[in-house]
Design a protein around this ligand. Structure first.
Ligand code: NDP
Length: 456
């Protein structure tokens, strides 16, 4: 049987292992989830609000302790780990505050006699498959709206953050969630497929790689189950001649390097207009150079290790591939040691479409900078990607910004800022970045039965 393992990426030390559960134990979890659904769906918005509010409160009360586990399991710098916990608290709080509003009937204006309303009802037990890059946040985006809606959740987390996975379940239980409404499951990919296929389960949400997304969507499709996918991204940041270059460079560095660059909406491609290209690159290099990889437990550290030594190795292959084909190393780069998980901030120029770094996702602290002349060129380059998650435009001309926003094939566009996440903003992409939306009212409605009740 496969293992779920805590390995501190900063030291390479393995600290804890957990075995996958058996097929019989998974059956038991599905039965508990199903039984819990039958009663949880009948609870009042007030009961749900109380649990969600308490979950938010626990995150605020125990911020340091919860954050420390993120630092331990995936190397997130302490200050950013606390930032994640605060964001998660705000997500639980947001759904606590909006549960009643989001569950309210929507009366329809109809042409005939009588009345028609759309009710918002839950659909049943759901499976969530989540990654390690934001262990609490990724779960909260899926679990909070669905708990508020009345669904139940079986959660398969990434196998390198088992303690964070267990803590999510513990916190929700402590917040008063009844048995079975949220269940952690240390299961294999094959067992994920079994769970999706089970007739009691009504849907699945996955955040992770395209490969995992395709595997899960295939099983969901075959079994006619609703599926939401939040996959990779290669977000472009377009900087026009009239932008505030200082602000753009500072935002770009943070957008690329926060969380060690391991975010689907990290800024990965910098498209800079010719008139400010040299200036922008100089400032971006200066900014990025200040992100020295260091001990993630220190609150002064901005960048820790990547999630594993192998993740650093994979990033290095993409950088090496580009450099070996003539790309210019503007800053960096590379690992701090041969088997190290620490990777220096890296910036590439002169990347062409033959190189892997042109079209593949750089899931770590390495960015690519491109020069463009016309706005049309920028849009073409930005859209020449298999991904379509988020994007940014820096300019002082709002009209131009709006035009560019309209032309970008992405699920999100940020003007004069890089991408962020907040409970009240929908999150999701197009193309190979996936489908469906998380957070805000949109996330609440993904696994809802929008039931028409027509009284003739
Ligand atoms: P994966 O997509 O492999 O892992 C994400 C989750 O999916 C994990 O829980 C994983 O479980 C699970 N999973 C993987 N394959 C299957 C499957 N066939 N059926 C069911 N569940 C599955 O990501 P990695 O950690 O391997 O990272 C690889 C790349 O994925 C990154 O370099 C990045 O490009 C992308 N990624 C994107 C993220 C995002 O936020 N959009 C987050 C993480 C990664 P298990 O751990 O057991 O394999």
């Amino acid at each position: 049987m496969g293992l779920y393992t805590t390995t501190n990426p900063a030291t390479g030390e393995t600290l804890a292992t957990y075995e996958e559960i058996s097929d019989a134990e998974l059956q038991d979890l599905i039965a508990r989830s199903d039984a819990a659904y039958r009663s949880w769906r009948t609870t009042s918005p007030d009961e749900r609000r109380a649990v969600l509010s308490r979950a938010a409160e626990i995150h605020r009360e125990r911020s340091e302790e919860l954050a420390a586990l993120l630092t331990l399991e995936m190397g997130k710098p302490a200050a950013q780990a606390q930032g994640e916990v605060a964001l998660v608290a705000s997500i639980y709080q947001y759904y606590a505050d909006h549960v009643e509003e989001f569950l309210a009937d929507e009366p329809l204006e109809i042409s005939g006699p009588g009345t028609a309303v759309v009710r918002t009802e839950p659909i049943g037990p759901l499976v969530g498959v989540m990654p390690w890059n934001y262990p609490y946040y990724q779960v909260a985006r899926f679990a909070a709206p669905n708990i508020a809606l009345g669904n139940t959740v079986i959660l398969k987390h990434a196998r390198n953050c088992p303690q964070s996975a267990l803590v999510v379940e513990r916190v929700l239980t402590e917040a008063g969630l009844p048995d079975g409404v949220y269940l952690n499951a240390f299961i294999s990919s094959a067992q994920v497929a079994d769970a999706i296929a089970d007739p009691r389960v009504q849907g699945v949400s996955l955040t992770g790689s395209e490969k995992a997304g395709a595997a899960v969507a295939e099983v969901a499709g075959r079994n006619l189950k609703k599926c939401v996918l939040e996959l990779g991204g290669s977000d472009p940041v377009i900087v026009l001649d009239d932008a505030d270059i200082d602000a753009a460079a500072a935002a770009a560095a943070t957008g690329r390097l926060a969380n060690g660059g391991q975010a689907c909406t990290a800024s990965k491609r910098f498209l800079v207009q010719a008139g400010v290209y040299d200036e922008f690159v100089r400032r971006l290099v200066d900014q990025m150079a200040g992100w020295t990889p260091d001990d993630p437990t220190s609150t002064d550290t901005k960048m820790g290790p990547l999630s594993s030594a192998s993740a650093a190795g994979e990033l290095d292959e993409l950088v090496e591939d580009a450099v070996s084909q003539g790309a210019e190393l503007l800053l960096g780069g590379g690992r701090t040691g041969e088997e190290s998980a620490f990777y220096r901030p890296t910036l590439l120029g002169g990347v062409t479409s033959r190189m892997r770094a042109y079209s593949e996702e750089l899931f770590g602290p390495a960015g690519v900078v491109y020069r463009f002349d016309s706005i049309e060129d920028a849009i073409e380059l930005a859209n020449d990607s298999p991904y379509g998650l988020s994007s940014s435009v820096f300019t002082s001309d709002d009209e131009k910004a709006q035009q560019i926003a309209e032309s970008l094939e992405t699920g999100m566009v940020w003007i004069n800022s890089t991408s962020r996440s907040a409970p009240d903003l929908p999150f999701g992409g197009v193309k190979r970045s996936g489908f469906g939306r998380e957070l805000a009212r949109f996330g609440f409605n993904e696994f809802a039965n929008k039931k028409l009740v027509r009284n003739a």
